[in-house]
Design a binder for this molecule. Sequence first.
Ligand code: SF4
Ligand code: SF4
Length: 377
Amino acid sequence: MSSKRSEITESIRRKAMEIGFERVGFTGLSAPKVAPHLGEWLAAGHHGEMDYLSREPDKRADAELAHPWAKTMICLTRSYFTEPPPAGKGQGRFALYALGLDYHDVLKRDLKVLSRFIEETFSERCRMAVDTSAILERPYGEKSGLGWVGKNTLLLAPQEGSYFFLAELVTSLPLDHDEPFEKNHCGTCSRCLEICPTNAFPEPYVLDSRRCISYLTIEYRGVIPRKLRPLIGRWVFGCDLCQEVCPWNKFARLTRAPEFRPSQDLSTHQLVDFMGMTKESFRARFRKTPIWRAHRDGFLRNVAVALGNSEDKDAIPALVSGLSDPSELVRIHAAWGLGRFPLNENARIGLQERLKIEEMPEVKEELLLALFPPSAP
Ligand code: SF4
Ligand code: SF4
C-alpha cells in the first residue's frame, strides 16, 4: 500500500464529502460474499416483474465481469431522512425518500462532479451507477465497509440506520480498499420481519418483492392481488414500516440536501384530490419526483386502494368518480375501494350505472363484487 496511493484515496474521499456525499467506501470489484444467493432469489421469482434484475445476473453479482477495466468501486451514501409528515385524516403515506425531488437526478449530478474530478486530475476512466444499474449495491456497500445488510435486506450503519441512498462510481484508478463491514448488528432482533403487514420476508435476509408494498405500489404495473389490498393500508407510494421499527434508525441523521426535504404539496395533500388527475396534471405535479416512476395509472390505482382502506366516508365520492376513469386499472381498484364501505345510495348508483356500460370483464367482476359481496362462510 503506497503512501502516494493512500494520499490519492484520501483526496477522493475528501472531494466526495465536499460534494455532499456523507460516507465513502472503497472496494475491489470482485463479487461480494452474499452474491451467490442472487441466483436462488431470482429462481424463486422473488423479483416479480422487475426483469432488469434478472438480466445478466453473473455481471450483477460480480462487477469485475461487467467492468474488466476497473480497479476500484467507490461506494457513497447520502441521507434522505426527514421527519415523516403526519398522515392525518384523508391523507396517504409516502416512503420518506419519495417526498422530495428525484434522487436519480440529484445523485447523478453529484457523481458527475466526482467523476470529472477523477478523470481530469488523474486521467483515469470512471463509470457511475445509481440504483438502476447492474451493480448489487447493498452487498458492495457492505464490502466497502459502509454497513451490514440487515434482516430487512437494507444496508444499515451503526451511526445512521438505513435512511440513505447509495451510489457507486467504478474507476480504473487503483486506490486503497476499505475493510469489509464484518459485524452484523441485527442480533436477535426481528422487528422488521414482524411488522411487515404483507409477510414479504419468507425468511430473514430474503425479500419476496411480489408481496412488498414498495414493489406493489411503485414497480408493479398490474392489478394488485385482492388479498394484499387491505394489507397495504394507506401507503400510496412505497412503505417504510420495516425501517421505522428498526432500532438503528434512532440514529438517522436529517438530510442536509434541500432536494430531499418534503415538498409542501405532499405534506398537505388530501388523497381525494389526486383521484381526478389527468396525464398532464400528473406530469406537471410529479415529473421531477420519484412518484413519476409509478406512472399516472399506477399511482391512481394506489390512491384508490388507500381510499378504500381509509375508513373515511369522505372517500366515497372520489371512488365513485374513479369508476369512470379512462384507465381500467383505476376502475378496478376504485370499485374494490367502494366495496370496502357500507354502500350508500350514491355509491350503489355509481356502481350500477358503471356496470351498465362497462366492457372490461375484470372491471365488471369488481363492480359485481362491490355490489354483491360474497357472504362470509
Ligand atoms: S417495505 Fe413494507 S411491505 Fe415491504 S418488506 Fe418492508 S414492511 Fe414489508
Ligand atoms: S429491525 Fe432489527 S432485525 Fe430488522 S434490520 Fe433492524 S436491527 Fe436488523
